[in-house]
Structure formats: structure tokens, C-alpha cells
Design a protein around this ligand. Structure first.
Ligand SMILES: [Zn+2]
Length: 271
């Protein structure tokens, strides 16, 4: 919880913080921070995948690209909403917010999404809204005029009613592929495998949602491809719509960049 307070304070109230990060704990803190951010991004892509596979929201003509991105962020937030007595879960979701506050353009690139700071505050708003009494400490960071509990309830109900499956039956299993890393991405691959994020995501989705289509989460070195340093979700068309293949791609390069960048930005604010 100390880490959580530090991160939030560092990000939002730089002047309040005086304790420097202990040299010894720095690697562990960086890794926890990156893990939270990477998890959020992976779950965001799963939001896109489920929107396409279950509700066909991706082709709604009245939705802009920004609407879809907001929805995917909210989807991730609902899937990852931590219990108040789960400090690791809270730390991870705060790390996701912190990740957006590192707005350095060399790290957050090719973003069709809302401004990073807006995304960070949305996470804080929905976290607070998920349990206003337990998370009352976040009330002061909530954008003025926002009814975060109502917003949380709205998206939660949507996902309950439109997306979740209560039949007790299991849909198609998700395939996981860790492609061999190239271009010096070995550490990023190891980090992703050690984190268990991909396996958590697979079981969370298979447990709560009924997948009708072949679905794969692939982790790979993406250099030389269209989007080398991000995560993305694709619908690969088959001979018939039933044969469409949903693919979530997690690029090692994005993880590598984040691990190297670490807590920079947040740390600087804290000094
Ligand atoms: Zn997106």
C-alpha cells in the first residue's frame, strides 16, 4: 500500500512526496509497475476482441474510434477491478493509471486513444466508483462533476447483460503462443511469461464469456511488422464469418521499452 500511495502522490501531487525509492527495491518496484500497465493493456485488447466476437460493437456505425477505445478501457477496468483488501490488485491498477501519466511520446506512441492523462483519471474514477467507501481516498482525484459510482455501475451492467455468459458451458478455448523472441527481446519474453498475465487473461475470459470463434493470444517480436511496439487486436477473416480468427498480439518491444523506461517521469516528479 505504501507503493500505491507513493505512486499516486508522485503522479498527482508531486510536492507531497519526499521519500526516494530505495536502490535495492527499485527493480522490484519497476517490475510491479510495468506488470500493472502491461496487464491493463492486454485486458484492453481483450475488450476489443470481446466487443467484436460477442456483441459486434466494432462495426456499430454510430461509434467513433474513440468510443471504441473508451469502451475497451472500461472493459479492462471491469475485468481487473480489485477488491479493496487486495493491495496487489490495487497497486496494479494504479500502476496502469501511472503508466498513462508517463506521457513521453517516445514511450506512448501511435495512440488513437484519449489523451493519456484522461485515461489515467478514468481508471481512478472507475476504481473509486467500484467501491466509494473502501476507496474514499481517491475521491479527491476524481474529475469534477463526475458520478463515478454511476459510471461504474453502467459499464458493469452492460458487461453483465451483453457479454457475460451464465450458461455454465464453456466456449472455445483460447490458444496461447509465445513466439521465440528475436532482436534482443529475451528479457521481455521472460518477464511476460513470469508475470502470468497471458494465462490469467485466458482463464478470466474462458470462465466468464462464451467464445464462439477461434481465438489466439500471441506474444512475439514485432519489429518489421506494421505495429512493432504496441499491443493490438485483429479479426482475421476466414472463408466464412464462422471461420474468422480473433488474434490478440502482444509485442515484446512494448514490454521491453516499458521495462527500460521504468518509473521515469513519475520518479522525477517525486524529487
Ligand atoms: Zn485500443
Amino acid at each position: 500500500m505504501r507503493y500505491l500511495r507513493w505512486l499516486v502522490s508522485a503522479a498527482f501531487f508531486s510536492a507531497m512526496v519526499s521519500a526516494p525509492v530505495q536502490a535495492q527495491g527499485q527493480d522490484a518496484e519497476t517490475e510491479a509497475f510495468v506488470r500493472g500497465f502491461v496487464r491493463f493493456l492486454a485486458y484492453h485488447e481483450a475488450g476489443h476482441m470481446l466487443m467484436g466476437q460477442i456483441a459486434d460493437l466494432n462495426s456499430r456505425p454510430d461509434w467513433t474510434a474513440t468510443d471504441r477505445e473508451d469502451y475497451a478501457d472500461r472493459f479492462a477496468m471491469i475485468l481487473l477491478a480489485p477488491d479493496a483488501d487486495d493491495p496487489d490488485g490495487v497497486d496494479e491498477i494504479i500502476s496502469a493509471a501511472g503508466g498513462w501519466l508517463q506521457v513521453d511520446s517516445s514511450i506512448v506512441r501511435n495512440e488513437p486513444h484519449a489523451p493519456a492523462e484522461v485515461r489515467a483519471l478514468e481508471i481512478i474514477c472507475l476504481l473509486y466508483g467500484s467501491n466509494p467507501s473502501a476507496f474514499s481516498g481517491f475521491a479527491e482525484y476524481v474529475p469534477e462533476g463526475r458520478d463515478c459510482p454511476a459510471d461504474y455501475k453502467l459499464i458493469e451492467t452492460d458487461i453483465e447483460e451483453v457479454f457475460r455468459d451464465y450458461s455454465g458451458e464453456t466456449g472455445r478455448e483460447i490458444d496461447i503462443v509465445y513466439a521465440a523472441p528475436t532482436g534482443g527481446m529475451e528479457a521481455a519474453q521472460r518477464f511476460l511469461q513470469d508475470s502470468g498475465i497471458v494465462e490469467d487473461l485466458k482463464s478470466d475470459i474462458e470462465f466468464d464469456f462464451y467464445l464462439t470463434h477461434r481465438t489466439t493470444i500471441q506474444a512475439m517480436s514485432c519489429t518489421g511488422r506494421a505495429k512493432p511496439d504496441t499491443f493490438y487486436s485483429d479479426r482475421v477473416r476466414g472463408a466464412t464469418p464462422e471461420q474468422d480468427h480473433f488474434v490478440i498480439t502482444l509485442c515484446y518491444e512494448m514490454i521491453d521499452a516499458r521495462l527500460k523506461y521504468g518509473l521515469r517521469g513519475l520518479e522525477d516528479d517525486a524529487q
